[in-house]
Design a protein around this ligand. Structure first.
Ligand SMILES: Nc1ncnc2c1ncn2[C@@H]1O[C@H](COP(=O)(O)OS(=O)(=O)O)[C@@H](OP(=O)(O)O)[C@H]1O
Ligand SMILES: Nc1ncnc2c1ncn2[C@@H]1O[C@H](COP(=O)(O)OP(=O)(O)O)[C@@H](O)[C@H]1O
Length: 215
């Protein structure tokens, strides 16, 4: 299906849920035969950004590289899902400024929750001093001030978090909505009782849409 390209930029602490949301969202979009690519921090760092570390300078270089690729893909009609910590506000804002269609998604979970998840054992290693400059511990994370969407992953299911993003994409007409299955909007808590057409007809009532700054 032909789509308007865009960049969905997931930012948040390690373990906040970026990869989980990115992969789930990717599956939903692929099922609908949309052009989609995921640029995940862990994978990017094994090839495109191989050799970079976690100093402020290296992280910013990493993010600018990811942004460069995301921009190339999105301007050719691909829906790009970026999943990187991207801890620095100024660089995220720089990315927004250079993209045509950009949606900043704050994958928000408190540090303590991320540490308790410790998906890769990095928090424990960082506490023991084996991993240096760990985000949220001895390296900063600057939370977005006005994200387009916030996913509170300590309070929402993965499906609820992903549905917020799907709703914003739908409202932004990233695809031809006539081909969109109403069922994918059913997770959206506030408007669950409305038929899909009605939801589309009154997008300004949608919190995700109100925050969306797609242009
Ligand atoms: N010091 C330190 N701080 C944070 N994260 C670390 C660190 N060392 C390794 N890792 C692993 O690297 C992943 C983050 O890479 P990113 O490219 O997303 O980071 S950044 O945006 O450049 O800050 C991150 O992946 P996620 O846990 O998926 O976020 C970690 O697995
Ligand atoms: N709403 C949610 N969205 C995303 N992940 C969630 C959510 N609720 C719980 N989780 C869990 O949090 C963990 C997040 O890990 P991961 O996606 O690897 O984080 P990150 O990529 O940000 O490091 C997973 O175990 C996932 O199942």
């Amino acid at each position: 299906m032909k789509t308007n390209g865009m960049v969905i930029w997931l930012t948040g602490l390690s373990g906040a849920g970026k990869t989980t949301i990115a992969k789930t969202l990717e599956c939903l979009l692929l099922e609908r035969q949309l052009n989609v690519e995921v640029l995940d921090g862990d994978i990017i760092r094994t090839n495109l950004s191989k050799g970079l570390g976690y100093t402020k300078e290296d992280r910013d270089t990493n993010i600018r590289r990811v942004g460069f690729v995301a921009n190339l893909l999105s301007r050719n009609g691909v829906i790009v899902i970026v999943a990187t910590i991207s801890p620095h506000r100024l660089v995220r804002d720089e990315m927004r400024a250079m993209m045509h269609n950009f949606l900043e998604v704050y994958v928000n979970a408190p540090f303590a929750i991320c540490e308790s998840r410790d998906v890769k054992g990095l928090y424990a290693a960082a506490r023991m001093g084996e991993v240096k400059e760990f985000t949220g511990l001895d390296a900063p994370y600057e939370a977005p001030l006005k994200p387009d969407i916030t996913c509170f992953t300590d309070q929402e299911t993965v499906e609820e978090s992903v549905a917020k993003i799907m709703q914003a994409l739908s409202c932004a007409s990233v695809w031809d909505d006539s081909q969109l299955e109403p069922a994918i909007l059913e997770y959206h808590h506030d408007r669950r009782s409305l038929p899909a057409r009605q939801r589309k007809a009154s997008p300004t009532k949608d919190a995700a849409y109100q925050h969306a700054s797609l242009h």
